[in-house]
Design a protein around this ligand. Sequence first.
Ligand SMILES: Nc1ncnc2c1ncn2[C@@H]1O[C@H](COP(=O)(O)OP(=O)(O)O)[C@@H](O)[C@H]1O
Ligand SMILES: [Mg+2]
Length: 210
Amino acid sequence: MKAHVIAVVNLKGGSAKTTTSVFLAHSLGATRRVMLVDADPQGSALRWSGLADWPFPALGLSIGDLHRRLPGVIGDDYHVVVIDTPPLEERANIVHSALRAAHVVVVPMAPTMMELDRVGPVRTAVEDVASLRDGSLPVRVLLNRTVANATSTDTVRQVLTEQGWHVLAATVPRLERYAQAFGASVPTDDEPYRAVADELADVAVMEASR
Ligand SMILES: Nc1ncnc2c1ncn2[C@@H]1O[C@H](COP(=O)(O)OP(=O)(O)O)[C@@H](O)[C@H]1O
Ligand SMILES: [Mg+2]
């Protein structure tokens, strides 16, 4: 399997994992062959793909041995695999398996003190799988549902950075078009997610040249 695997992970439901996975996959899919893997047994991304016309395939694989099964399932036909995961607190086994399969982890979170307070277990999970995988696993926080002109984005970015997290420069605003996106077609040229895709492509290039 030559695909670059991006896992979208956070502790809780409602942290925009599915929305991020789906929009990011569409942005990446504009120039690459993409597969979206829905590893959440709730299957929201898979249902969404069935309701709307997506330009790439989606596959449900909510299993704890994703890292073993994925290469056989994906083959060599894809450049990028985006994995939407269940909440870490609910299905740790599946999320651990997605982390073992991943080349980069995206942690979407709103810039609030509450979400900041909950991000620690994600780092613990990444550390837990570190010894089980080859190579380092870069993690990128995506500040999401940001509010224009609010200080929260900068404040939370600063705290995260002090805690040692890498925070993407790109942010995704809180907007009705994301809140109401489920079940509808998704643009491949959505500007915030294009910027996220570009930054993640840079992470991939950096890792490949290490
Ligand atoms: N940028 C955004 N702006 C506004 N609402 C958003 C945004 N991103 C996600 N949402 C909404 O937040 C809720 C949770 O998102 P979802 O992607 O389902 O989270 P998760 O997969 O982590 O449970 C959904 O109602 C979704 O529409
Ligand atoms: Mg979800």
